[in-house]
Each structure stands twice: as C-alpha cells, then as structure tokens.
Design a protein around this ligand. Structure first.
Ligand SMILES: Cc1ncc(COP(=O)(O)O)c(C=O)c1O
Length: 395
C-alpha cells in the first residue's frame, strides 16, 4: 500500500510536521543557527530566538518563560521531573497511576531501586483514577505523585485539578504527563495545582527531539546531566534553537485551533467515526464514552472480537487495516515497536483479562483529515475482522 493513498489515524504516536512549523524552523535555521551561549552576534541571534520561543511557550501554556525548561522530549522531561524532584527529597512513597506511559513507569522503577516505595493508584474499568484510594495513599510517607492527564492508549482524561488539590492538601508534589492532552486542551499552568508538567512537540505537529518540563517557580530540581549550565543549570547541552522555534509555532497553531473551530471539527469527526465503529457487533469501546466522561477529543480505542466471539489480537488488526491503507495502532507505539507484550498493561490494570487486553486497537485523528475520507474506515475494519478471524493467530 502506498502511503500516498493512505489515511493516517495514529496521531497519538506522532503527527506530521505542520507547514507553519516548517516555515518557523526554516527561518530559525537561517537566522539563529549558532550556539546561544556564544557571545558574538551570531550567538546573540540564536539566544534571542530561543528566549522568544520560551516566552511564547510560557504564554500559550499560561505561565512565565522561566517556568519552561527545554529538553529532548517527554521521556526526558518525565525523567527530569521524577528523578530531579526526588533527589531533593527524603526517599518516601511514590505514587503513580496504574495506567502510566512506560516513560513514567521506568523513571518510577529507578526511584524504587533507590529506596522509594512505589505504589500504583488503582483505576476503574474506564481507566479513571480511584480518588478515594488516592486520598488514602496520600498520607505519609508519600512525597511524590505522577499521573497521566490524557491516557494515550484508552483516551481517559483524569480530573487533574481535583487530584492536584488533594496533593496540595497533603503537601505532596505532583507531576503530570500532559503529552496527549496538550494538543487539544488549553493549559493554564499557573492556575493548576500541579508542580511539574511534561510536554512534547511531536504530538502537536511540531518536530521530534524537543519537549519541555514546566516547573512551578521556586521548586528545586537536581540536574540529570553533567556538562554546561544551559537551561538554568538544569539541562546541560547546546540548546536546540531551531526545534524550539518549531515547538512554539506548533503550540500557536494548537491554540488557534480552539478559536477557529478546527479543534471542534476534529472532535466531531471522532464522534461520528466512534458512533459508526461501535455499531459493529464485534467492536467494544475501551476507555470512557465521551458522552459520559472526559476523553481525549481525537481518540478512539476499541477491543475487537472475531465473528465467533474470540478476541482478535490488535496487532493483527493493525496489519490488516494497513493492507487497506489505514494507519492505526495497537496499544502504545513504544511497546508495539519493540514487539512488546501483546497484552496491554493499561487494559489489564483496567480489569480486562489477557486475551481482551491484547485486542486493543487505537485510531487517533488530526486536522490533516477530512470527514469525507473517513467513510471507508468502518468498512475496512469490518473486512479486517473477517480476514483476521480466518487467519492463524499472530505469533
Ligand atoms: C503519554 C505519553 N507520554 C510520554 C511519551 C514520550 O514522549 P517522547 O516521544 O517525546 O519522549 C509519549 C509518546 O509516545 C506519550 O504518548
């Protein structure tokens, strides 16, 4: 299948670079290519461009420029948030939700090896955090909490403000992975009861290789890398000025999408496609029904059966859909790429058994799509179900 004729329904994995981002990056590459630490005019131009991008990001995210720390992406941002904050605390209990991205799980496991007690906050069948359990767990020795705001695999949006207020009441630091939410919901960091927030550019039409950590002013972090004193001494390494310009341009487009109707258009397309897909007898929604509970507005996740009632492996369905020109995903992109576990730990944490947890299929939409193109998705899934049901199981 040529990717020209294909439909890209995998925005949660990454997004195509926006033309506005390409333009901003070309300009920065031309005028601000030098090292921002250099004292000559070339360096000053690079430094100005970097600080302009930081200022813009701060403005779009409802905070001051100083709160924005650039880094290579959300994985690094999460690592810096959790390990950098924990290094300033006595080891105690660290809570993470049972539905975190592997980047948070990996950072938390490192802390566990350094003497922290790692505990998962349970979730319900829709992936929503059990707030009663959370409140009970916030007693000492809990010192740090990390919660994914918009869940990448099943679309659940957590009540971050409520969670943050609970953490504040107990004097516990809160980090949130806002990677999937940031492209779709305006963020006002200074108004959120959250201490650390991780974002990445490539989920919102920006370049890969840059993200940021928003840090509540006054909060002490320990740097993870030795070397230069860039990013207020918290992230050594020559700053990616051109990528920062692209990140700022991408956020600007995302902001405008809320006022020019584009964000609402994507959500309407999602709602229609979701309604069509769940008409199929073999398809069951996973994560919240957006009519009843908050869900990422571009996100569809389902579990799929064959016509005899057995659960179909999501990875087989993804291949069968791609043969028809539809790019979708099973589970998180990271575990899929590494050939990771077939049964999704996220779906298992939500109470599904191993066979059902291996049958996850995710379709995530973006502004590059037109409603008229989506008509063939449901037919393609129906054909994929028929085809997979008659094939040998995935190895
Ligand atoms: C929810 C979530 N957190 C973190 C990451 C990691 O982001 P990055 O690729 O920028 O390291 C991803 C990307 O897959 C994600 O979806």
């Amino acid at each position: 299948m040529s990717s020209d004729a294909a439909l890209y329904l995998d925005a949660c994995a990454t997004t195509p670079l926006l033309p506005q981002v390409q333009d901003a990056m070309a300009l920065a590459q031309r005028d601000a290519w030098a090292n921002p630490s250099s004292l000559h005019g070339f360096g000053l131009a690079a430094s100005e461009s970097l600080e302009r991008a930081r200022l813009q990001l701060g403005r779009y995210l409802g905070t001051v420029a100083n709160a924005v720390l650039f880094c290579s992406g959300a994985t690094e941002s999460i690592d810096l948030a959790l390990l950098g904050a924990a290094a300033q605390l006595q080891p105690g209990r660290l809570l993470i939700s049972a539905v975190e991205h592997p980047a948070v799980v990996a950072a938390a496991q490192r802390l566990a090896r350094r003497g922290w007690q790692l505990q998962r906050i349970p979730v319900d069948r829709q992936g929503r955090i059990n707030l009663v359990a959370l409140e009970a767990l916030l007693e000492p020795p809990t010192r740090l909490v990390s919660v994914i705001w918009g869940q990448s695999e099943v679309g659940t949006v957590q009540p971050l403000e409520t969670i943050g207020n609970l953490c504040r009441r107990h004097g516990v630091l809160l980090h949130s992975d806002a990677v999937q939410l940031a492209p779709h919901v305006p963020i006002h960091f200074d108004q959120l009861p959250v201490d650390l927030l991780s974002l990445t550019a490539h989920k919102l039409g920006g370049p890969r290789g840059i993200g940021c950590l928003l840090v509540r002013p006054g909060l002490e972090l320990q740097s993870r890398l030795g070397g230069g004193a860039q990013e207020r001494g918290l992230r050594a390494g020559t700053e990616p000025v051109v990528l920062a310009a692209g990140f700022a341009a991408a956020l600007e487009v995302a902001q405008r999408a809320h006022t020019n109707g584009e964000a609402q258009r994507v959500e309407r397309m999602r709602n229609r496609l979701l309604a069509e897909l769940t008409q199929l007898d073999q398809v069951q929604l996973s994560g919240p029904d957006p009519a009843l509970s908050p869900r990422l507005p571009h996100h569809i996740s389902v579990m799929v059966q064959n016509r005899r009632g057995g659960w179909l492996p999501g990875r087989q369905l993804v291949r069968a859909l791609w043969r028809q020109g539809i790019a979708a995903s099973s589970g998180s992109a990271c575990s899929a790429a590494s050939g990771g576990p077939a049964a999704s730990p996220v779906l298992q944490a939500m109470g599904f058994d191993a066979a059902q947890a291996a049958s996850g299929l995710r379709l995530s939409l973006g502004p590059w799509l037109q409603e008229s193109e989506l008509g063939r998705v449901c037919l393609a899934l129906d054909a994929a179900i028929a085809r997979c049901g008659s094939e040998a199981p995935d190895p």
